[in-house]
Write a protein that binds this ligand. Sequence first.
Ligand SMILES: Cc1ncc(C[n+]2csc(CCOP(=O)(O)OP(=O)(O)O)c2C)c(N)n1
Length: 558
Amino acid sequence: MSIERHLLSGNEALAFAARQAGVSLGTGYPGTPSSEILEQFSILGGRAQWAPNEKVALEVGIGVAFARGRALVTMKHVGLNVAADPFFSAAFTGVDGALVIVVADDPGMSSSQNEQDSRRFALAAGVPMLEPSDSQEAYEFMWEALSLSERWRSPVLLRITTRVCHSKTAVVFRNEARPAPASAFTRNIPEKVMIPAHARPAHRRLRERLKAIQAWNEGSSLNRRIGEGKALGIITSGVAFAHAREAVITGSAGIAAGSYATITQKQTDRPDPSDPSEGSASFFKVGMTYPLPLQRLREFAASVDRCIVIEEGDPYLVESLRMAGIAVEDKPEAFRFGELNVDRVRCILSGDTAPETPRTGAKPPELCAGCPHRMTFTTLDRLNCIVSGDIGCYTLGALPPFEAMDSQLCMGASIGIGLGLRHTLRDEEARRVVSVIGDSTFFHSGLTGLAEMVYNPPRTGHILLILDNGTTAMTGLQEHPGTGHGLNHRSSATQVLPENVARAMGVPNVHVVDYGRALEEALEGAMGKDELTVIIMRQPCRLNVKKPATCEPENGND
Ligand SMILES: Cc1ncc(C[n+]2csc(CCOP(=O)(O)OP(=O)(O)O)c2C)c(N)n1
């Protein structure tokens, strides 16, 4: 009987598994490289929705899991910073159904403001974590994560990285489908209401649960030894496994390579490629990277002459192993930065620390022709504004030819930083400070900044400029609370208008403009008076032509 294989990206594979394994609701906030998971889940008929931000998404997911549903919550790495508050406490409360949080890290920052290793979050919060290496594992690990969450009544973190999210590899589906579970609510005040008297025993329960999960993980097939070679042992996880394996297969200094033909054969044998002939090298591939199967790792390290950890990003595995008294070699500090690839792994294995040649030739990003953000930044530059910026396509206003944005940190920061500048600079300079934020970013984390602006206004007032292009352009034109549409672009939703929000919050001057000259006049007027002003520059993104519906809503998603 022939096995049907599907060529899927890791993100698509996660969505297929979520759909087949009966996820009741998928929620999240877009962010590269995670955005396609919910979109694909919706195309497959799953109930999917964008939340205003990751914290809200996780809270909705927790509610689903409190009602015995199966929740999927997706975000990029910095999204987990935003969701950290409920994330840590959900580890205390646990869940009644299933809660899987997919966090997509972006090592090398192909589209992010920082490089951050989310594995630290699993350890810090006490949330079990799985790390797939390819699309097949993404698929399998989603099933496993949902089961683990239900079995241990714990949230589970599924951590992926850019290459796993976006590379396509063959996936064989399970021959099963789980229906979404029946909902039910059981009152359990001591477990669900985190006052100190309840949280103290909850913390003890959490640590007991983690001990039990660790013991279980020692025997779990999520982790596996590949090869029996004794000269070199490589402990690895996630996409680093694929790079390390290829480096070994194709030969690197001091390593007797397994034959290429053998390996090619192995790859077609998926999903169980655990053939033991990797020349003189062997691997311990960790699938569940928190809590670690330390006993098995100890035995593996003791069974090889040289044991090295190949991991992308922070030395998370290295530190965990060393803390457990397992002696392992780590990579030189230079390889902590950026993505790994086969050549870099070869350098690590052979101890080659020669400076790397920087990548060249990539075309710098720029605002599209006809993008309304162009006239905005031309205007801000002409008026010599000090621009406290934010994240979105409009961040490109910081680059030539505009060079008209002065700071950008994280989503929503434009307002607070702008206020801080206004509080501190001399009045003539303070009057030039303008906070600039996109519409999706405004709903994500600008609302509280606006409340701060009204509550603690600077002496010179302040100007908030909201760039309303009617979409979340930067991450692929997703809907948000200001667009009037749900995730599939077709279902209608109550449209929240930023001008109504600003007026309701008590901003005395609110202007909506739609072309450069009107924006210039509004800005000049606002800069001339020491009051609070919100200007909404409303011009649609030129790429946001009507998108086809991604699915027929099936579960009351309209
Ligand atoms: C916490 C967090 N979540 C998600 C992202 C990814 N991201 C960056 S900007 C942005 C929104 C951009 O939309 P908008 O503010 O409307 O600006 P536009 O790109 O449309 O100009 C998103 C989702 C991020 N950087 N940080």
